[in-house]
Design a protein around this ligand. Structure first.
Ligand SMILES: *Cc1c(COP(=O)(O)O)cnc(C)c1O
Length: 353
């Protein structure tokens, strides 16, 4: 092939912004932040946040300090950038990031500084636990050292609407947050936005739904798809019935077959565990994977697809039958992991909002 045989990852910023608007309409009058941790779930935090900010989004969440610093450089002053994992005072230099306070130590370290207080209500991960919350409730002087933009909690089971954890966490949060009258509250993630009016708050924090991941498993996905990963065919070869394909000779042709080899593999985040379990898409019709996914190459059965020749582009992720959620289901993970695994070797482009 003469041209650059790299895959191309096309991120539809218009679809992300449309998904954000959709969530805003569901959550009104509460605001909707953009969660852009892990480089915008692997899709590019800066271009995504710029597009959301241009659409009116004024609150962003990242996980790490360095993600917040990079995002501030991209966005400039103005929008709130909250760091879920917290950071030490001064470490954000003059970037004006908003720390999320997760421990009593965070509370004293950031005394007097505008922050978000995280109350754990059932994750046993970050945030003040029930005992620490009781201590704070009994100590008005300690509470007076806080300057809170929000109190927040995080739902553990929001993607299972019937799960009793949802109501239990809402109840615990409502009780704990009552020690901060007048302080705005932040509750729902993507799936939490679909749990009903009781889960509305001043600021929802969706991530995955912005990126097209299904927030309400079991019902039709209300979100627009956001990515298309297109991979060029490097070679097409004809093999006889009975011949094997790929490492481990794990697949043998049942008939004379045409095998297309495309330029992506598990080093590009296409999980090896998808071997033999998934299909790609060409022209809206599935093209089955055969053999093992290798580091840089994937083989497809194109016996019935004479139009697929060297140089054709195959949609590996984000086409018919191969959305991130569908691929995740095929190999026992979640769409989030498909997105955040997307590799660095693709030529990335963004269709403007
Ligand atoms: C990741 C995260 C979110 C976003 O969750 P989604 O399920 O992707 O919508 C919200 N809040 C916290 C605390 C998170 O860690």
């Amino acid at each position: 092939m003469g041209s650059d045989p790299r895959g191309r990852l096309i991120v539809d910023l218009g679809a992300i912004v449309a998904n954000w608007w959709d969530l805003c309409a569901r959550h009104a009058p509460g605001k909707v932040a953009g969660v852009v941790k892990a480089d915008g779930y692997g899709l590019g935090a800066a271009p995504i946040a710029l597009a959301l900010h241009a659409a009116g989004c004024t609150h962003f969440f990242v996980a790490h300090l360095h993600e917040g610093m990079a995002l501030r450089a991209a966005l400039g002053p103005g929008p709130m950038i909250a760091v879920l994992n917290g950071f030490r005072p001064g470490d954000d230099e003059d970037a004006g990031l908003t720390p999320v306070l997760n421990t009593p130590g965070d509370i004293s370290a950031h005394a007097g500084r505008r922050a978000i207080l995280h109350l754990d209500t059932g994750m046993a991960r970050l945030g003040l636990d029930a005992r620490e919350q009781a201590t704070l409730a009994a100590d008005p002087a300690l509470r007076a050292t806080l300057d809170l933009a929000y109190v927040m909690t995080h739902l553990a089971c929001a993607d299972e609407a019937e799960h009793p954890m949802n109501a239990a966490q809402l109840d615990r949060f409502t009780q704990a947050a009552a020690m901060f009258p007048g302080v705005p509250r932040s509750l729902a993630n993507s799936s939490g936005l679909f749990l009903g009016a009781g889960f509305a708050s001043d600021l929802a924090r969706p991530g995955c739904a912005l990126y097209g991941i299904h927030p309400t498993p079991g019902a039709p996905n209300p979100m627009r798809q956001v990515i298309r990963l297109e991979i060029p065919v490097l070679q097409v070869r004809e093999i006889a019935a009975g011949e094997p394909v790929g490492y481990g000779a794990s697949w043998h042709a049942a008939r004379p077959s045409r095998i297309a080899t495309i330029a992506a593999g598990y080093a590009d985040g296409y999980l090896r565990s998808l071997s033999g379990r998934a299909s790609a898409d060409h022209g809206g019709r599935p093209v089955p994977l055969v053999g093992r996914v290798s580091m840089d190459l994937i083989t497809l059965d194109v016996t019935d697809r004479p139009e697929i020749t060297e140089g054709a582009f195959i949609t590996l992720i984000g086409g018919a039958g191969c959305t991130p959620d569908e691929l995740a289901a095929a190999c026992g993970t979640i769409g989030y992991e498909i997105l955040t695994s997307l590799g660095a070797r693709y030529a990335r482009s963004y269709t403007p909002a």
